[in-house]
Design a protein. Structure first.
Length: 186
């Protein structure tokens, strides 16, 4: 049985979904309290209950994406039986396995971070432990860094719709990056 969600959490989620839709469709500048309330089908007071300012709404958008990313990475790591390179592969999965709807939400992140660069700090904190995790797993830190940087490039190409190759080639690139994380260090 699925856990029940409170009306407040459903409303908060619908407000965030509306903000992401607006940001993707019309740009981050279109994300005003009035426009989001209208898009979500809630009163402005209902929106203000969850997000008392535009800044808190933008922060909520970025935080929700960071939590989604952390969750996707954690799930990928928990399914991975090979400890060597697990953290880098989990990062790769979180970046490369996004569907079209997720990519639209990520598109909004780019605009939000341009508007409020201080929101990058929690993302930096999320990524900062990577080299220590890699060393603890016996992974070559340089290789793991290359895999993460390539994952970031795949993510950005997905978000911007600039993928330079077809799905088959993309899959081969991801497979090669995964394999790199398990190779013995020289």
């Amino acid at each position: 049985m699925a856990p029940t969600r409170s009306l407040a959490s459903i409303t908060r989620a619908s407000v965030l979904d509306a903000a992401f839709r607006l940001a993707h469709r019309d740009g981050i500048a279109s994300v005003t309290l009035e426009a989001v309330a209208s898009e979500a089908g809630v009163s402005k007071g209902g929106l203000l209950y969850h997000f008392p300012s535009k800044d808190s709404l933008i922060r909520g958008m970025v935080d929700s994406l960071r939590l989604e990313f952390e969750d996707a990475s954690r799930r990928a790591a928990s399914r991975d039986p090979d400890s060597r390179g697990r953290a880098a592969r989990a990062y790769l999965s979180a970046c490369a396995d996004a569907d079209e709807d997720q990519s639209k939400r990520w598109f909004a992140l780019i605009g939000a971070l341009v508007q409020a660069p201080d929101l990058l700090e929690p993302w930096r904190d999320l990524i900062a432990p990577a080299p220590a995790e890699d060393r603890a797993e016996g992974t070559d830190v340089v290789v793991a860094s290359i895999v993460r940087l390539a994952a970031d490039g795949l993510w950005l190409a997905d978000v911007l719709g600039t993928q330079p190759f077809g799905r088959g080639q993309r899959r081969k690139v991801i497979e090669r990056l995964r394999a790199m994380t398990s190779e013995e260090t020289s």
